[in-house]
Design a protein around this ligand. Structure first.
Ligand code: PGA
Length: 258
């Protein structure tokens, strides 16, 4: 059997109480029927975390299903109107914290500096971070993708001191070329392989004294037609799925494609 992957559903600002409850139930049922063997995480909008975490956590046998959030504050309690801390999400069983998604960077002006604060706060508190990196189409056309990704990675990890007790298995890097997100056109298998290899090399240098390197997953128009090929690429430890994760049938097919 193929090695165990991590497949993360990023539901973004979609769904309702009823539709996400039903979707979660369908995923739970597929796991119970042993259709899915990989590790799965669902990332609902914050407001639905209490309800859905109850649904997920009350099924004690579902060891491979976790819940997480799509964004988190860089700060502990305080006067940060509209923000939600990881401690608050953790109260509702959140295990994964997505940081630096390109929609946060582009639509909400999240800077590299803010992202690095989030990353260091989460990792220093032993939490699992899914750190998104990836280039725009313009950057790709200028062949700047490696430079851009390198800068994003270096910056995101810059507040972690070299000898600190950070657990590298708490880090997942999601390579998401921005032009592939929601476009229906994923990166080619060759590009995914090459970029994951590049990221792995960077991480191996950054964490040279660590036995375990962070996992690297791919995101950007992953669907039930291309997931088998993408998840089979050497160096791809899983997938971050947006649009297709809102459709139970498609998402379950993705999760059981290899
Ligand atoms: P997509 O989104 O699968 O709809 O391309 C991926 C993401 O933004 O995480």
């Amino acid at each position: 059997m193929a090695s165990k992957k991590i497949i993360i559903a990023n539901w973004k600002q979609n769904g309702s109480l009823r539709s996400l409850y039903t979707l979660t139930n369908q995923i739970i049922r597929a796991i119970k029927l042993k259709k899915i063997k990989h590790s799965i995480a669902i990332l609902p909008p914050h407001v639905y975390l209490p309800m859905l975490s109850k649904q997920v956590l009350s099924n004690k046998k579902l060891k491979n299903l976790s819940i997480g959030v799509q964004n988190v504050s860089a700060f502990p309690d305080g006067a940060y109107t509209g923000e939600v801390s990881f401690e608050m999400c953790k109260d509702f069983g959140s295990k994964y914290f997505l940081v630096g998604h390109s929609e946060r960077r582009q639509l909400f002006s999240e800077s590299d500096a803010l992202i690095s604060k989030k990353v260091s706060r989460l990792l220093s508190c032993n939490k699992k971070v899914v750190l998104c990196v990836g280039e725009t189409l313009a950057e790709r056309n200028k062949k700047l993708e490696k430079k851009v990704i390198s800068k994003q990675l270096t910056s995101a990890l810059s507040l972690l001191s070299q000898g600190s007790n950070i657990k590298t298995n708490n880090i997942i890097v999601a390579y998401e070329p921005i032009w592939a997100i929601g476009s229906g056109k994923s990166a080619s298998n060759k590009d995914i392989y090459n970029t994951h290899f590049f990221i792995k090399k960077k991480l191996a240098t950054r964490f040279k004294s660590c036995k375990i390197l962070p996992k690297i997953i791919y995101g950007g128009s992953v669907n039930n037609m291309n997931s088998k090929d993408i998840l089979s690429i050497e160096g791809v430890d899983g997938a971050l799925v947006g649009g297709a994760s809102l459709n139970a049938k498609k998402f379950i097919e993705i999760c059981s494609s290899i």
